[in-house]
Design a protein around this ligand. Sequence first.
Ligand code: ADP
Ligand code: ZN
Length: 212
Amino acid sequence: MNIVLLGSPGVGKGTYAEKISKIYSIPQISTGDIFREAIKNETKVGLEAKSYMDKGELVPDEVTIKIVKERLEKDDCKNGFMLDGFPRTIAQADALSEISKIDKVLSFVADDEIIIDRLSGRRVCSECGRIFHVKNIPPKIEGICDICEGKLIQREDDKPESIKKRLDVYKKQTAPLIDYYKEKNILAEIDASKPIEKVDEIISDVRKALEE
Ligand code: ADP
Ligand code: ZN
């Protein structure tokens, strides 16, 4: 099964992606994670992506499409995959349709107020990447990762100026994909406004949508 996760930054795609990927044994392919890894390793792609990401802008389609195409050619994608954070523009969606057939697009929806709270309180482990939230998913010790004891940091693009920019970019460039996939009859809308304790309910809605 080839799945795409769609939804505003902060809607919780990463959290759902991890669970869905386990349930269906398909790799989770997050373009955001691929770019962050490239930045860490100071590769050419990383250097190019960084300037856009820090500002909350999209990395150019050409670069993004190329890395996804290469990733989808790997063996572990043969029995299905899940894209998290791609496509984010109509041009990317058109390119994806040339690369592979998509079975289902899950569109996660929550109000702006919830989104802004999730993004501004989000903290990530600088070592293992695990996600926390100052109120909703607090670590046992403030500022320290429960899993690996790494230091928790705020992503550069989770600072207020970049959050606003990312939400604008989402509305202008990515939200049109909802209609794009609706027209193809492969869109399922999932209510993602429930609090984190109810993440299992969200996942059960996802399973229903995928298995219908
Ligand atoms: P979020 O969904 O919380 O914004 P991501 O980790 O998915 O976070 O993405 C972080 C940043 O990486 C984006 O703001 C953008 O700069 C870049 N990026 C990720 N995916 C794409 C994409 N498909 N096209 C262009 N830029 C992307
Ligand atoms: Zn950690």
